[in-house]
Design a protein around this ligand. Structure first.
Ligand code: PEP
Ligand code: MG
Length: 851
């Protein structure tokens, strides 16, 4: 049952005149999804014939793009009108545009804003179509658009009815809907994950939506605000929505909350052991030790480490309290947040590349925080009072983190650290203060009040062998990260740990949750002996790194590297890598805001080829964006199922110029080494034919020799059609990360499903078998570049199934080569046949262990 209130007053209106002369086009018809799908906001487009953009209404200039192809003005009613000349005009970097106004200028209808060279833009940009978009469309209740030919400054192109401005406590939209009471079913209340799910669902709606419990309430679109409300299991809440789509919002959100936001009814064992078990655990007891040489904490990540303490202190960033004009400060904050999103995205993608969905999910939560409307709203209101962006932001995130830290619910209070982490990142960008990276001594056990996920994602693993924090518990992201890095850690440790002098010898026991101070030499020796054994093995493997990976019975495997940079190529060669099986080109350009040119790409591919020399293969994969790997300069419209949508080669076909530029760069680099091209996300035979045709067209134009072509076998259809595909290509590279997710229909980044997304599931082995057989029929070879190529339990099976090349993470090259030298092909083949008949992934792994 929902209750509807009717609006109490009518809206104001704003009329926009044509800023250019030309034909009017509905925004939906603009050939750029960012505009057509109204991601920027609703509006209209003009195909211009005049060359001076004039003001469509009175207002103030609040933003001018540094390339002068777009600006935003704010009307006296508060509407923000973005005018964007042409499509992809950002790439012209200002060439052909001349601004006639500056930030903060007050302008009147008809005033010139930007003059542009219409011929130059027409020739050099994707299109001249100019978009007039209301970026805060949520303020508009009705858009009346005009069609036909418009004369600049004369004809009206848009009439907008605004949400009425009314005094406080009076509804501010046409409809307010209140839900019935809902009882929270989640066993641990609305902690970070369900809050994020709810906020995400709510963001689909334009209505303002609040969640009310008793006399407290929170903005449902804000994860921070929801967590701050500390909604517990059994609490009764009510949703209140206000806006045009309030009814639909209430209906969907009520249902989602009632069904547990993806949590309720999930048996604990269905979640990854490392997370689910911990999520429902009671807060860790605060243990105290009577032994002055033993400090107690909770076991956060298993393993034992012997080393010396090193205290990490949080960097205090000083900020100036008063700011410039509020518009400028607001833009500074928005730009810094955008930059932070790119950084977090890059970290997330890097981690995704290491095949660690649990870790990548943590950075997804950080992105969520960066989009949090509550943090933005509070900061903006502080800015409006004259504070600088840095001061306002620092105060906002520090207060939010403190509020969260005070909460009784352990899961929520631990998210305070994530807020601080994200907050510091934005603050560093705002102030230009670089994070200082300490130089860690060897065998460092990090001691900190708390560590942030960003600290952990970037730390020097060759020096740091354990963590010990005062804050946090088993569920903190830091603990999850420590587990995924395989580094022993304890959390919630007694605070005296912070008083230890740097360099104090300690034994950190991540299994028991203890830190032994000044251990006896016998105790140190025992642990060290074990570590030495592991280190010696590693040393021997590295020393033998250049030896071929030949099995005992003479079967030669190629062990090559998965890389995303030139530095990784260099390290791989030093460690005995026999080439590069996968260059993820999307990683090279992750931090770019504009597409790399053909010359820039040629330069980087050639330089990597030179590192490898003429013999070692360099397999360059064309851009694999989409899914969970966005690229800042290649925005992909929001999709319901991004992994099943525009991704990999599909993006290349949609934006052929980007693909063709890359193909030309690869062809031009081919003389520098032994280059091969790999196309990602091939599902249908027509796709590889089309990709090859494009490659051939470019090759003919350049008059260069041809290069070998392969496809990623990462979609089940490609594996099943391997025989047909093998006629078209020179080799296959099996991407088991995606092949696993698409075969099992389990998102590779899903934290709950993570333990089941096992590349050794017999279904996967059957697809690998099919791929190899299909390739063999045509005399082609098969490599594996997905995560299982670096999994010691998978290696005998891949050899046994007839795979010829393993493309692995760089550090694991020597260990994998050493492992292969211990194996026998015949035994691997027997094992593989048994594994193909196994019933479960666990059974396959048990077979490998036994065999
Ligand atoms: C894969 O899918 O296994 C693969 C290697 O590609 P990526 O991880 O980059 O999607
Ligand atoms: Mg893939």
């Amino acid at each position: 049952m929902i209750n509807i209130l009717t609006p109490v007053s009518q809206g104001d209106g704003v009329v926009l005149k044509a800023p250019l002369s030309g034909y009017i086009l509905p925004i939906e018809q603009v050939p750029d999804p960012v505009f057509a799908q109204k991601m920027v906001g609703d509006g209209i487009s003009i195909d211009p014939i005049s060359n001076v953009l004039i003001a469509p209404c009175d207002g103030e200039i609040i933003q001018i793009h540094p390339s002068y192809h777009a600006l935003t003005l704010k009307t006296p009613e508060g509407l923000e009108v973005l005018m964007h000349i042409g499509l992809n005009t950002v790439t012209l970097r200002g060439e052909g545009f001349q601004p006639k106004v500056k930030m903060g200028d007050r302008i009147q209808t008809g005033d010139p804003l930007i003059e542009f060279d219409i011929d130059y833009v027409a020739l050099n940009a994707k299109s001249l179509l100019t978009q007039i978009v209301i970026t805060n469309s949520d303020q508009v209740v009705d858009f009346k658009t005009y069609s036909g030919y418009a004369i600049a400054g004369e004809n009206v192109i848009l009439e907008l009815s605004l949400i009425p401005k009314v005094s406080e406590n009076i509804p501010t939209s046409n409809q307010i809907i209140t839900s019935d009471e809902i009882t929270i079913p989640n066993p641990t209340g609305l902690h970070a994950r369900p809050s994020a799910v709810l906020a995400n669902l709510a963001k689909k709606y334009q209505s303002k939506i609040r969640l009310k419990r008793g006399d407290q309430d929170a903005n449902v679109k804000s994860v921070v605000a929801l967590m701050g409300l500390e909604v517990n299991h059994g609490d009764r809440v009510v949703l209140i929505a206000q806006g045009a789509d309030a009814a639909a919002a209430i209906a969907e959100l009520c249902e989602a909350i009632r069904s547990g936001l993806g949590e309720e009814g999930t048996p604990p064992m269905a979640a990854p052991a490392s997370i689910a078990k911990l999520d429902i655990a009671a807060p860790p007891p605060h243990r105290r030790s009577d032994d002055p040489n033993l400090l107690l904490g909770v076991a956060a990540s298993s393993g034992v480490a012997v080393g010396y303490t090193f205290r990490v202190r949080e960097q205090e960033i000083k900020v100036v309290e008063r700011g410039d004009n509020p518009n400028t400060e607001r833009r500074k904050l928005e730009t810094a947040i955008e930059q932070a999103k790119l950084e977090v995205e890059a970290l997330r993608a890097k981690i995704h590349g290491q095949g660690d969905p649990g870790k990548a999910a943590i950075f997804a939560a950080h992105q969520e925080l960066l989009e949090d409307p509550e943090l933005m709203e509070i900061s903006t209101s502080a800015i409006d009072k004259g504070n600088s962006a840095a001061f306002a932001w620092k105060q906002t995130f520090t207060n939010s983190a403190e509020e969260l830290a005070k909460l009784h619910n352990e899961l929520l209070s631990q998210r305070a650290n994530d807020v601080r982490d994200v907050g510091q990142r934005v603050l560093r960008i705002l102030t230009g203060v670089n994070s200082t990276k300490p130089i860690y001594p060897n065998h460092t056990i990090l001691i900190a009040e708390d560590l942030t996920p960003s600290d952990m994602a970037t730390l020097d693993r060759s020096k740091v062998i354990g963590f010990c924090t005062v804050a946090g518990g088993t569920t903190s992201h830091v603990a999850i990260l420590a587990r995924s890095l395989g580094i022993p850690a304890i959390a919630g440790t007694e605070a005296q740990v912070l008083d230890l002098t740097d360099g104090t010898p300690v034994i950190l026991d991540g299994n028991k949750g203890t830190l032994k101070l000044n251990p006896t030499s016998a105790e140190m020796e025992q642990v060290k002996a074990l570590q030495i054994k592991i280190a010696e093995k590693r040393k021997a493997d590295v020393a033998n790194g250049m030896k071929p990976a030949m099995t005992q019975d003479g079967y030669r495997m190629e062990v090559v590297a998965n890389i995303g940079s030139k530095i990784e190529a260099e390290t791989s060669v030093q460690l005995g890598g026999e080439g590069v099986g996968l260059l993820r080109t999307e990683f090279i350009f992750m931090d770019r805001s504009s597409a790399p040119t053909e010359d820039e790409q040629t330069e980087i591919y050639s330089s990597i080829a030179q590192v490898l020399g003429k013999e070692k293969p360099l397999i360059i994969r064309t851009l694999d964006v989409g899914g969970d790997k966005p690229l800042p300069y290649l925005p992909i419209p929001h999709e319901e199922n991004p992994f099943l949508g525009e991704r990999g080669i599909r993006v290349g076909f949609d934006r052929p110029e980007i693909l063709r530029t890359q193909l030309r760069a690869i062809l031009r680099s081919a003389t520098s080494g032994n280059l091969k091209i790999l196309f990602p996300m091939i599902a249908r035979l027509e796709e590889i034919k089309m990709a090859k045709a494009m490659l051939e067209e470019e090759r003919e134009k350049l008059k260069t020799p041809g290069v070998s072509v392969g496809i990623m076998v990462e979609i089940p259809a490609a594996a099943m059609m391997a025989e047909q595909f093998a006629k078209e290509v020179d080799f296959f590279s099996i991407g088991t990360n995606d092949l696993t997710q698409y075969t099992l229909a389990m998102d590779r980044g899903h934290p709950k499903l993570a333990p089941f997304v096992d590349g050794l599931n017999p279904a996967l082995l059957k697809l690998i078998d099919l791929t190899v057989k299909g390739a063999n029929q045509q005399g082609k070879w098969v490599g594996v570049c997905g995560g299982i190529a670096s999994d010691s339990q998978a290696i005998p099976l891949l050899i046994g199934l007839g795979v010829k090349e393993l493309s692995v993470s760089v550090p694991s090259i020597p260990t994998i080569k050493a492992q292969i030298r211990e194996l026998s092909l015949v035994q691997c083949q027997e094992l593989a046949q048994k594994a193909l008949n196994a019933e479960t992934g666990a059974e396959v792994r048990a077979l490998v262990e036994a065999g």
